[in-house]
Design a protein around this ligand. Structure first.
Ligand SMILES: *[C@@H]1O[C@H](CO)[C@@H](O)[C@H](O)[C@H]1NC(C)=O
Ligand SMILES: CC(=O)N[C@H]1CO[C@H](CO)[C@@H](O)[C@@H]1O
Length: 723
C-alpha cells in the first residue's frame, strides 16, 4: 500500500518536472501561469456551430474589443462524427479554423473536449449512433462507452497537436477540459462513477497536451486536474486543493429559452456584481457562458424543447451585434480589473464589514500599491461607506472599485445608456405556393409493421423529427355507439414530445409536452365509422435530452397504452395490434426544401393557397436585401415546423408555443435566478429566426417552410436588426 503511494507520488513529481521543462502553461494557488507569469483571464464561450464561419472573425474581434483574453468552446462530437469513424470538420464544424481565427486575433483558447457537452445541444453532444452501440451506458464505468470516448478524445487531441494549436507548440490553447459537470452524476451513481472519474482523469493526463486540464463541478478532481465552478455566483467556491487557482468556467450571462417558456434576461448590473464578488474573493479566471450564444440551426437543439435561438442574453446577441448596455458595461469592468491585475495577482485581500450588509476588500501587496472593493449587499438602500480619507456612495447590490484605494473607477450598478435593437421589416414581399402533404396510412409505401409500439428514436435514429405510427381499427356495425350517435374514447399515451392524431385523414387533435414534462396523453371522443378506420399518429421529437443521469435511456414516441373505450366489449387495447411505421415526411423524402426536389410535386397558389391547414409545405423566392444588417424571419403567423433557405435548415420554428408563465418585474438587485426578469410571457417564446447572410445568394433565394399545425404564410416577413 505504502509502496504504491510512493510510486504514485514519484510519478506525480516526474509529471510536474516534465511539465516544468516543456510546458509554458501551468498554475499555482493564485492563477494560471503562461510562460511563468500569473495571468488574470477573462474568457467567453462562443460555440462555433452556433454561428457561421463568416461570422466568426467579427465575433472574435468583438470579444477582444470587449476585453476578453480567452475564447472557450465545447467540442461537438455529434457534428464531428455523424456516423462511426466518418469525421466531419467543415463549415460550421471547422474547429481548427475557428481556433486559428482566435489565435490570429491574439487571444487564447480554452478547449472543452468533454466530449460530453450538455450545452442544451442534441443528446448533450453525443452522436445518436452511440446510443445503439451494444451494451453501452453513457458516462459511467462502461467499456464500450469508455472506448468510444477515448477514441474521440484522442482524435481531437491529435488533431490539435498536428495543427500545433497547444500553447506549448506555439498555439493558442492554454487549457483543456475533460468530461463536464460530472461531479453531481458521480455523487448520484456512486462507485461506478468514481471508477469512471479515475479512468478519464488518467486517460486525459496521459495525453500529454502540455497544458492544464480542468474539470468543472467536480469536487474530487484528482491531481493535477483543476476543479472549477459553474453557477450564477461563485464567490464562495474553493478549489479542492490549496495549490489550485480559483476558476469560474461558467458564469451564466442569463439562461436559455425553451419553447413554452419566457425569454430570460440577466441585468448587466447583476452580472458585473457577480464577477466582482468573485474577483475580490481571489478569483482570477472568469468565463462568460455565453459571451455569444448564437443559434441552434437545423435540428441541433437538445432539451427536448430548447428553442432555436440560443441568445442567452449574452454580451454579443444571437445576430452578432453588441448587446448593450451589457457588452459595454463588462468591457469597462474588464479594463478596470486589468489596471488592478498586478495587485490582484500578488496579494490576498483582507476583509472587513463596516456595517450591516456592507463588505470591504483591500488588496495591499508589499509593493505599496492598493486596490479596494467597497460592497453594499443591501437589495434596497444605498449606503455611504467611509474608506481612507474618503466617503463613497454605493448603490444597492453593488460594488465600487478603487484601483488606487482612492478614486472610484467603476461601480457595478452604474450602467451606460441602453440602445435597444429593433427588428425592421425589409421590403421583401413573399409570394407563396403551397403543397399539402397527406397524412400517411398503413398502406403507404416504405412502411414496415410490428405487433408492438416501438420507441421513436430507435426507429428514426434521429435522422428526422417525424415518425408515423399507423393502425387500422375495425368497427362492427352493431356497436352501440354507431346506433346511439355517441363517439368512443381514444386514449393515447406517448413518451413525447409532440403528437398529431389523424383519424381517417382528418386532424383530430394535437398534444405536446414541455421541457419539464415531455410526456403527453391524447384522450378524446373521436368519430369512427362502421368498417375500417385509419388511425395515423404523427409523433415528433423536438431535440433529444442533453442532461440527467443516464439521459440516454429517456424514451420518445408512442409507447402506449393506446386504448379505445365505449365499445360493446368495453375497452379495446390497441397497443399490441398491428402497427405500421413510416419514417419521416413525404416532403423530406422528396427534398422539397431544394429547388430540384420541389419539382416533384404540384404546388398551388393564389386563391388555392393553403391556409390554416396541417402538413403544409410553402415555398417562395426572394432577393437578398441590400446592406449588412443581420436578417431574420418573423414567423409569428405560423404554428410549428421547420424552415430552409437555399436548402439549409435554419431551425425549428414554433411560435405557436406561447410562454406559459407570468413575467415578474425586473429589478437588478437581489439574487438572480433564471425565472427572474423573463420577457415574452403570454407570447411566442420565439418569433424571430436568424437567417445568416452568408446563406443567401446574390441572385435569387429559395425559401421553404414546412408547417405542421397550420398557419398563414401571408404574415411571414423578412426583417433586419438594427439599432
Ligand atoms: C427497436 O427496434 C427494433 C427493430 O428495429 C425492435 O426489434 C425493438 O423491439 C425496438 N425497441 C424498442 C425499445 O422499441
Ligand atoms: C447545471 C446547473 O448547475 N444548473 C443550475 C444553475 O443554477 C440554477 C439556479 O441557481 C439551478 O437551478 C441549476 O440547476
Amino acid at each position: 500500500m505504502e509502496k504504491l503511494i510512493q510510486t504514485k507520488f514519484l510519478t506525480f513529481l516526474l509529471f510536474l518536472w516534465v511539465c516544468s521543462v516543456h510546458a509554458s502553461v501551468s498554475y499555482d494557488n493564485k492563477a494560471i501561469l503562461v510562460n511563468g507569469q500569473r495571468k488574470f483571464l477573462f474568457s467567453g464561450s462562443i460555440h462555433y456551430p452556433r454561428s457561421t464561419p463568416e461570422m466568426w472573425p467579427d465575433l472574435i474581434q468583438k470579444a477582444k474589443d470587449g476585453g476578453l483574453d480567452v475564447i472557450q468552446s465545447y467540442v461537438f462530437w455529434n457534428g464531428h462524427e455523424p456516423s462511426p469513424g466518418k469525421y466531419y470538420f467543415e463549415d460550421r464544424y471547422d474547429l481548427v479554423k475557428f481556433i486559428k481565427l482566435v489565435q490570429q486575433a491574439g487571444l487564447y483558447f480554452h478547449l472543452r473536449i468533454g466530449p460530453y457537452a450538455c450545452a442544451e445541444w442534441n443528446l448533450g453532444g453525443f452522436p445518436v449512433w452511440l446510443k445503439y452501440v451494444p451494451g453501452i451506458e453513457f458516462r459511467t464505468d462502461n467499456e464500450p462507452f469508455k472506448a468510444a470516448m477515448q477514441k474521440f478524445t484522442i482524435k481531437i487531441v491529435d488533431m490539435m497537436k498536428a495543427e500545433k494549436l497547444f500553447q506549448t507548440q506555439g498555439g493558442p490553447i492554454i487549457l483543456s477540459q475533460i468530461e463536464n459537470e460530472y461531479g453531481p452524476v458521480e455523487w448520484e451513481i456512486g462507485a461506478p462513477g468514481k471508477a469512471y472519474t479515475k479512468w478519464f482523469s488518467q486517460m486525459a493526463v496521459g495525453l500529454n497536451t502540455g497544458v492544464p486540464w480542468i474539470m468543472c463541478k467536480q469536487e474530487d478532481a484528482p491531481d493535477p486536474i483543476i476543479d472549477t465552478c459553474n453557477a450564477y455566483y461563485c464567490e464562495n467556491f474553493k478549489p479542492n486543493k490549496d495549490y489550485k487557482p480559483k476558476m469560474w468556467t461558467e458564469n451564466w450571462s442569463s439562461w436559455y429559452t425553451e419553447f413554452g417558456g419566457g425569454v430570460p434576461r440577466r441585468p448587466a448590473e447583476d452580472m458585473a456584481f457577480s464577477v466582482v464578488r468573485f474577483v475580490q474573493n481571489g478569483g482570477t479566471f472568469v468565463n462568460y457562458y455565453m459571451y455569444h450564444g448564437g443559434t441552434n440551426f437545423d435540428r441541433t437543439s437538445g432539451g427536448p424543447f430548447i428553442a432555436t435561438s440560443y441568445d442567452f442574453d449574452a454580451p454579443i446577441d444571437e445576430f452578432g451585434l453588441l448587446n448593450e448596455p451589457k457588452w459595454g458595461h463588462l468591457k469597462y469592468l474588464h479594463k478596470v480589473i486589468k489596471q488592478c491585475e498586478p495587485v490582484l495577482l500578488s496579494a490576498d485581500s483582507t476583509v472587513y464589514w463596516p456595517g450591516k450588509n456592507l463588505e470591504v476588500h483591500v488588496f495591499k501587496p508589499k509593493t505599496g500599491d492598493c486596490v479596494a472593493f467597497l460592497g453594499n449587499y443591501d437589495t434596497k438602500s444605498s449606503a455611504t461607506i467611509k474608506f481612507g480619507n474618503g466617503q463613497y456612495d454605493v448603490p444597492p447590490w453593488s460594488i465600487t472599485i478603487l484601483p488606487d484605494c482612492k478614486t472610484a473607477a467603476f461601480n457595478t450598478a452604474k450602467v451606460g445608456i441602453q440602445s435597444p435593437m429593433k427588428m425592421i421589416a425589409t421590403n421583401t414581399p413573399f409570394t407563396w405556393q403551397s403543397y399539402n402533404e397527406e397524412p400517411s396510412y398503413s398502406t403507404v409505401k416504405d412502411s414496415f409493421t410490428a405487433y408492438a409500439l416501438w420507441e421513436q428514436v430507435n426507429v428514426t435514429r434521429d435522422f428526422t423529427d417525424y415518425l408515423w405510427y399507423m393502425t387500422d381499427v375495425n368497427i362492427d356495425q352493431n356497436e352501440g355507439f354507431i346506433k346511439n350517435g355517441k363517439s368512443p374514447l381514444l386514449t393515447i399515451n406517448s413518451a413525447g414530445h409532440v403528437m398529431h392524431v389523424f383519424i381517417n385523414g382528418q386532424l383530430s387533435g394535437t398534444e405536446y409536452g414541455s421541457l419539464k414534462f415531455p410526456k403527453l396523453t391524447f384522450s378524446k371522443n373521436v368519430k369512427l365509422n362502421a368498417g375500417n378506420n385509419k388511425i395515423s399518429l404523427l409523433s415528433i421529437t423536438v431535440g433529444l435530452p442533453n442532461v440527467g443521469v443516464h439521459y440516454e435511456k429517456w424514451n420518445a414516441g408512442v409507447l402506449g397504452p393506446v386504448t379505445l373505450g365505449g365499445l360493446n366489449e368495453g375497452n379495446r387495447d390497441l397497443s399490441r395490434q398491428k402497427w405500421s411505421y413510416k419514417i419521416g415526411l413525404k416532403g423530406e423524402a422528396l427534398q422539397l426544401y431544394t429547388q430540384s426536389g420541389s419539382k416533384s410535386v404540384n404546388w398551388v397558389e393564389g386563391s388555392s393557397l393553403a391556409k390554416g391547414q396541417p402538413l403544409t409545405w410553402y415555398k417562395t423566392t426572394f432577393s437578398t436585401p441590400a446592406g449588412n444588417d443581420p436578417l431574420a424571419l418573423d414567423m409569428s403567423s405560423m404554428g410549428k415546423g421547420q424552415v430552409w433557405i437555399n436548402g439549409r435548415n435554419i431551425g425549428r420554428h414554433w411560435p405557436g408555443y406561447k410562454a406559459r408563465e407570468e413575467c415578474g418585474d425586473c429589478y437588478y438587485a437581489g439574487t438572480y435566478t433564471e425565472t427572474k426578469c423573463r420577457t415574452n410571457c403570454g407570447q411566442a417564446s420565439q418569433k424571430w429566426y436568424h437567417v445568416p447572410r452568408s446563406w443567401l445568394s446574390s441572385s435569387e433565394n429559395y425559401l421553404v417552410v414546412f408547417e405542421e399545425w397550420g398557419g398563414d404564410p401571408a404574415g411571414i416577413s423578412l426583417v433586419k436588426r438594427t439599432a
